[in-house]
Design a protein around this ligand. Structure first.
Ligand SMILES: *Cc1c(COP(=O)(O)O)cnc(C)c1O
Length: 345
């Protein structure tokens, strides 16, 4: 890996961050908080929240098996994705390399930040070729994006492929594990300490059933986490989200039961969809959704909308032509979908 200083934008490396009231005083309990121009009435939301979410990170460290100082919390993973560009990529100069097709936000954030986005297409079975990824890199490539299990294709990227890319690249590798709870493969996040150039993304939005809290996680070396903390908005996670997330984390067994139920439903849906007359091909999935190539994606999508069933039409995504992406729902929702599709003529 290059020196971190050579990877970070010079203005960010030398940035003196905003110092908020809750940062300057973070000692023990005080009797009078007169430092932040808050209203003394209406507790608890009258006070600014902890800018570094220390209590929440303590819990996440235990549940996720990652040291506290290796954790960044963002307003959804989307904040962490945007911060990767703002910390590492000089607008109009640097570029990133990403597998394709994949999650759309990597490219949107590249466009917003005026950073060139180089796509390396997966093969017809959505396999990722590490050598082709590494061959797309040049001197101005700061970041490589990998998503596993991948969205919208659903497949795992093998550990060996990811390892080859991390070891073969001297910049930052971001590995998005938003769906790793649904996969049989071991998650990479426990190994961020072994890879100084790796950032792993997790989210409360999928397995943790809390999409509306907007809580995403980035796991990386303490040096990278410090850079994220320097650039983020001071109070990026509001108090109510921090409190509710703590409640969710106090019952990890509930999440395990949901994940088990969704995996069981997935095992039931895969053969049921494969038998439908509209099914041309069903792709293997390690996530909580199934990518299906159908006889007429636009027409079937519209037919389902008219019956109040919404799936994701991926017909216009490269390599996903003719495909719908179907999220695993409750047994009742899944059966409603299957019976609608059986009746499709
Ligand atoms: C859903 C999803 C996320 C989650 O984003 P949040 O902003 O945390 O809700 C992240 N990455 C991928 C690949 C996803 O599909």
């Amino acid at each position: 890996m290059k020196d971190l200083q050579n990877l970070v934008r010079p203005n960010i490396w030398s940035l003196k961050p905003y110092s908020c009231a809750r940062n300057e005083f973070s000692g023990r309990k005080a009797t009078a908080y007169l430092d932040a121009n808050e209203n003394p009435y209406n507790p608890p939301i009258n006070r600014y929240p902890d800018p570094l979410q220390r209590e929440l990170k303590k819990r996440i460290a235990v549940v996720k098996g990652v040291p506290e100082e290796c954790i960044f919390l963002g307003n959804g993973s989307d904040e962490a994705i945007d911060l990767v560009y703002r910390v590492f990529c000089r607008p109009g100069v640097d570029n990133v390399v990403a597998m394709a097709p994949t999650y759309g936000m990597y490219e949107v954030c590249a466009d917003i930040n005026d950073v060139a986005y180089r796509k390396v297409l997966l093969d017809d079975d959505f396999r990722l070729d590490a050598d082709r990824m590494l061959a797309a890199v040049d001197d101005c490539t700061k970041v490589i994006w990998i998503c596993s299990p991948n969205n919208p294709t659903g497949n795992d990227i093998p550990r060996r492929t990811i390892d080859t890319i991390i070891r073969g690249f001297d910049g930052i590798v971001v590995l998005d594990e938003a769906y790793s709870d649904f996969s049989q493969l071991e998650a990479f996040r426990r190994h961020v300490e072994a890879y100084p150039n790796l950032i792993v993304l997790n989210t409360m939005s999928k397995a943790w059933a809390s999409a509306s809290l907007r809580l995403g996680m980035a796991f990386a070396s303490p040096a990278i986490i410090e850079l994220f903390n320097k650039v983020k908005y001071p109070y990026n996670i509001n108090l109510l989200a921090q409190q509710r997330a703590l409640e969710m984390l106090s019952d990890p067994l509930k999440v395990e039961r949901w994940v088990a139920q969704i995996k069981q439903e997935r095992a039931h849906m895969v053969p049921a969809i494969a038998e439908l007359p509209i099914c041309r091909h069903i792709y293997p999935t390690a996530a909580n959704f199934i990518l299906v190539k159908v006889t007429d994606a636009d027409a079937i999508y519209q037919y389902l909308v008219e019956r109040g069933i919404i799936v994701r039409n991926r017909n216009r995504v490269e390599l996903c032509e003719g495909c719908l992406r179907i999220t695993i729902g409750t047994p009742a929702e899944n059966n409603e979908l299957l019976s609608a599709l059986r009746q499709y003529r």
